[in-house]
Design a protein around this ligand. Sequence first.
Ligand code: SAM
Length: 280
Amino acid sequence: MSDDGLPPLREVIARHGLDARKSLGQNFLFDLNLTRRIARSAAPLAAATVVEIGPGPGGLTRALLLEGAKRVVAVEKDARALPALAEIAAHYPGRLTVIEADALRFDWQVHIEGDAKIVANLPYNIATPLLTGWLTSPWPPWFSSLTLMFQKEVAERIVAAPRSEAYGRLSIISQWCAHARKLFDIDRRAFSPPPKITSSVVQLTPKLLREPSCDIAVLEKVTAAAFGQRRKMLRSSLKGLHPDMANLLAKLGIDANLRAEQLAVGDFARIAQALGGTAE
Ligand code: SAM
């Protein structure tokens, strides 16, 4: 038995035939000390609904419950995991709700009420679309924090500062919407099966007001154009967005000879604002 009185995860996986599927991004964490560390990073857990994406056999789910989550709603696409998760739900009566669904097509606002914290060891193949989907949903969002595991390279892009290699579209959307920080790395050998690369846990705390205010769709257009040609000067990479882009940048006091990676997050938002749509 483990600390929580439930059978060890390896036994659960063997008993339910949950061999890991690559197509579902399945790399499981067995070490309860590690999953408890992730759960504690999202504390306090008692007041909010904890939303977990991809509980799989339930390693992180068990850690969240052990660490005091009053209510966990777990969304899992793989029906094979449901019997194992039902055992956890029975062990913690009334505290775990499992929903079989595709997180990419899930209507969060309909299912989640009140303050919610998202905590997940995300399937790598859909981690970035899930994050951008949450950040582009109506604001202020339905969640008060996101504590998420990504491939280290993606985590670095989320928190990257200007003038760094990793700085790009994901950095700007993440940091315009939230305070983002990388908490710690997790060695690939902690997973079963081990992925090719190191993972990192990132925490994003949404900003109530996203400032300078702008239409997020316009902001995405600006960053797509700027980083689509990241070696070019803004006067050239942003040319297609406005008939007199050089003048628009001059009015904003932004040097049109800069390249995308040299521009602060707020400057991108100011360009988007000037292009129109302060529809917040
Ligand atoms: N939480 C477990 C852990 O930490 O050991 C498993 C994490 S594993 C990296 C990713 C999980 O996400 C798997 O259980 C997988 O079946 C699930 N998953 C993959 N695609 C999904 C989707 N579109 N919607 C919901 N769950 C998904």
